[in-house]
Design a protein around this ligand. Structure first.
Ligand code: AIR
Length: 403
């Protein structure tokens, strides 16, 4: 029997286990060995839900590996359509279109964690979706996310579920807090869906404004730094971890990511270990990003997890042997994870809104790489592109001489 990539990926459903499963890994390794023996691996067809910049950069990386990508997105003119031959424009609830999509690819991934869970679960009837939806579900719900992290022994800001205004007062009193942040449990990113409140604020008024059944209150962390760690894990359980970047946000939107971060090795080790722990606990296949706060006394607190490529990892395209996008594609397509080694120091700056129209300064300079996502509508606050300044780590010292 000719074992195709699809059969290998869909014939096993890896459990969402805390310890990983050696049996499953053995099975996958054996299947992969059979596939290798045949030496006739067909071009892999990757499907991506979401057509923004993350899908676009993943599709570009896939193309380099000879992998053909189909993008599924509801928006016409999605930036990822520019770089792929195939795309489907349909709603995330359109079952007919979803089935057609799933049947046209070998594996599906997603580039946006607010993809409806029902969409992903439906696709799973026809094909494998990676990273597995169990982790997506956790990352879509702030309460589940915090509980999941704490259950793994990973510290976070103190938090509480809020079901009525009185809960906010109790949260402040119980933890002797003067201030906290009230957040919606779903669909909040780049500062959306949250409000800062102090002990003296009118909780009833704030509660009414959000019109939610349940929210989360989090302690305000007086952090010294924000960092993030990106890990890629393949079907064999092998991982590659990128150097943590130090991230600076402006108006709640990532502005700049810097590597090396300049933080102590002890701090970075903690962040890397926590990230590894999460990846192994969920038997991750693909890329996962974890954002952390670092406090004045060097505590490392997990803030958010995203089972996808991440804005704070865009520097890896120009400063690493294998970028986060290529590694994501490799892992979900059943290929071995590549090196996360950094060959250059780097600073990545997001080009937000109108900033996309002022790239000549970078194009005229030698150490900058400009990435324009090709979005037509430069709304304020919208991520339109990014620029990476590269500082190569060492000069070339060739051992090979020309004759
Ligand atoms: N994205 C996903 N999560 C956070 C971010 N920034 C990326 C994805 C998504 C795109 O942002 O690539 O498709 C949406 O960008 P916009 O500008 O259309 O809102």
């Amino acid at each position: 029997m000719r074992l195709t990539h699809t059969k290998i990926l869909t014939s096993v459903s890896l459990p969402f286990s805390r310890f990983g499963t050696h049996d499953t890994l053995n099975f996958l390794q054996e299947s992969f060995a059979i596939m290798k023996k045949e030496m006739k691996r067909p071009p892999i067809r990757l499907g991506i839900l979401g057509g923004g910049q993350l899908g676009r950069m993943s599709a570009l990386a896939a193309a380099n590996l000879g992998i053909k990508t189909t993008i599924y997105a509801p928006e016409e003119n999605s930036p990822a359509f520019d770089v792929t031959q195939n795309h489907i424009i349909a709603d995330y609830g359109d079952k007919k279109a979803l089935k057609k999509f799933a049947e046209s690819v070998d594996v599906v991934s997603y580039e946006f964690e607010n993809i409806p869970l029902e969409t992903v679960r439906y696709l799973e009837k026809f094909t494998q979706v990676l990273p597995r939806p169990a982790l997506l579900e956790v990352s879509q719900h702030r309460l589940k996310e915090k509980q999941f992290l704490n259950d793994l022994g990973i510290p976070t800001a103190r938090w509480a579920a809020i079901m009525e205004p009185q809960d906010m007062n109790e949260f402040h009193t119980d933890h002797k807090l003067y201030e906290s942040i009230l957040k919606t449990v779903r669909f909040g990113y780049d500062g959306k869906g949250q409000a800062r409140l102090s002990k003296t604020d009118d909780c009833k008024r704030i509660w009414k404004k959000f019109k939610q059944d349940i929210m989360i209150a989090e302690e305000v962390i007086d952090f010294k730094h924000e960092i993030s760690v990106i890990i890629a894990r393949d079907i064999f359980g092998k991982t590659a971890i990128y150097d943590p970047s130090r991230n600076i946000h402006t108006d709640h939107i990532l502005d700049v990511s810097i590597v090396p971060s300049g933080l102590s090795e002890a701090v970075l080790k903690k962040a890397r270990n926590y990230t590894q722990k999460i990846a192994d606990a969920v038997d991750l296949v693909g890329v996962l990003a974890v954002e952390f706060f670092v406090t004045k006394d060097d505590k490392v607190l997990a803030n958010e997890i995203a089972p996808r490529t991440h804005n704070s990892g865009h520097w890896t395209i120009d400063a690493c042997t294998v970028s986060q996008f290529e590694n994501h594609v490799r892992c979900v397509c059943g290929l071995p994870v590549g090196s996360a080694k950094r060959h250059s120091n780097a600073i990545m700056k997001n080009l937000i809104g109108d900033a996309i129209y002022s790239t000549d300064q970078y194009l005229n300079s030698r150490d900058f790489v400009v990435h324009n996502y090709g979005k037509s509508d430069a709304k304020p606050g919208r991520k339109m592109g990014h620029v990476t300044q590269i500082f190569p780590l060492s000069p070339l010292s060739p051992k090979l001489k020309s004759r």
